[in-house]
Ligand binder design. Structure first.
Ligand SMILES: NC(=O)c1ccc[n+]([C@@H]2O[C@H](COP(=O)([O-])OP(=O)(O)OC[C@H]3O[C@@H](n4cnc5c(N)ncnc54)[C@H](O)[C@@H]3O)[C@@H](O)[C@H]2O)c1
Length: 394
């Protein structure tokens, strides 16, 4: 994560007009959609989940303001994709959420905010906990205060994490083949609910957890229209997965490249994975129903039916690629949970969500996208090898 804020505005053709002066009818899908003004602000909108939310919002007719420092390698491609698909409907501010003034200007004109920008990796937070603190806590506070000082009820939906529940070290597990299963039958059947006590582990867990609590408290203390979504592992198209974060895409990328994958721990860790299309639906519905859910936090993941161990995922990837994946093992990482599966009953009933994409189907889709998006273009192959691939236009 770069320390200095690279601040430059991009493609802000409408920057000269009066902020919020434009009124348009949009298909927001709720009863208050008649005269919303201003763009929807998506912090971290070039990132994996953010760009998928931004894309959906633009498809529904909203103007979108992406606010992103482009610190994650590769996310500039997501921004280019958004601009290509939606043109001027998607505007971007390339800036850091630690830049209080710039963020306040962006928030001032927004009719709703999805707050995705963050230092996202536990590993990075162990190397530089102070920067993690500055981005995740101070950045979130900057945003909340910007909205508070507007003096209206601009909804703010925050991307939190299952890491706020810690390592679940008090639970007993047994190994069932390649996966950990909780001894508690109710948890094994339903997953972890929101009543679970908070227990922050690692600097990332602390910073996201503190931000999560600030977001909820701003509803309590100041009446802001905020809500929190505590996510398990989200995967899907436009994910720039690395070893540090985004492991489903990371495993697929390594496997497609024929490279070895390092498993930290024994690989029997279990997660409930959720396709990003389902996450996007949840965020948009959280906005729609913000009056009903204000001040509440919800767990969101694939649930028990989409829970999978790392080993099981690797075996599935081997089937998809037609080649067994090379694996090496290393020590457990700090704060790593043997098991986390979200109990999604509460968010499903509060927001009326569609069924989750079955994980094997979603992972196959992601593999397909990665294959296509990472394949070298015909021009590249021709330029580097002098060979024009069969079927390429001459
Ligand atoms: N992907 C998951 O499985 C998952 C799970 C739980 C929680 N989350 C949370 O969801 C959010 C989105 O995650 P993602 O997977 O899309 O990650 P991502 O890294 O793809 O997106 C984060 C975006 O924030 C931007 N960013 C980082 N620091 C910034 C800063 N200081 N100022 C402005 N922009 C900055 C990055 O450039 C990136 O585009 C994060 O808050 C993350 O903690 C994600």
């Amino acid at each position: 994560m770069g320390g200095g804020a690279d601040r430059r505005r991009q493609g802000r053709a409408g920057a000269g007009r009066a902020r919020g002066a434009r009124t348009r009818r949009v298909s927001r899908g709720d009863e208050r959609s008649e005269a919303d003004t201003g763009p929807v602000l998506v912090t971290g909108g070039a990132g994996f989940i953010g760009c998928n939310i931004a894309n959906r919002l633009a498809e529904l007719g909203h103007e979108v303001l992406v606010y992103d420092a482009l610190t994650r390698p590769g996310v500039e491609r997501n921004l280019a994709w958004l601009k290509e698909r939606h043109g001027e409907q998607v505007q971007a501010i390339i800036a850091d959420i630690r830049d209080e003034d710039e963020l306040a200007r962006a928030a001032r004109e927004a009719k709703a905010v999805f707050h995705m920008a963050a230092q996202v990796a536990v590993t990075t937070s162990m190397i530089d906990p102070r920067e993690d603190f500055e981005i995740n806590i101070r950045g979130t506070l900057n945003l909340l205060d910007a909205v508070r000082l507007k003096g209206d009820r601009t909804p703010v939906i925050f991307a939190s994490t299952n890491k706020v529940y810690g390592d679940l070290g008090d639970l007993d597990f047994r190994l069932d083949g390649d996966k950990y299963v909780p001894m508690d039958g109710e948890i094994a059947a339903r997953g972890i609910g929101e009543q679970r006590p908070l227990d922050f582990h690692t600097p990332y867990g602390c910073s996201k957890g503190a931000a999560d609590q600030y977001v909820l408290d701003y509803a309590r203390s100041f009446g802001l229209a905020t809500a929190v979504v505590r996510m398990s592992c989200i995967y899907g198209m436009r994910q720039m997965g690395t070893e540090d974060q985004g492991w489903v895409a990371h495993f697929l990328i390594r496997a497609l490249e024929g490279k070895t994958i390092t498993l930290y721990g024994d690989g029997c860790q279990v997660r409930d994975i959720l396709d990003v299309s389902n996450a996007v639906e949840a965020y948009l519905k959280a906005w729609e129903r913000i009056d009903a859910i204000q001040g509440h936090a919800f767990n969101l993941g694939g649930g028990p039916e989409n829970s999978v161990s790392l080993r099981e995922l690797l075996s599935h990837i081997g089937q998809l690629t037609g080649r067994e994946v090379d694996v090496e093992f290393s020590d457990w990482r700090a704060g790593d949970q043997r098991y986390f599966v979200a109990d999604t009953r509460r968010i499903r009933s509060a927001l009326g969500l569609s069924p989750a994409v079955p994980w094997k189907e979603g992972v196959a889709r992601l593999a397909e996208w990665l294959r296509e998006s990472r394949a070298p273009s015909a021009e590249f192959i021709a330029a580097t090898t002098g060979v024009v691939p069969a079927g390429a236009a001459s």
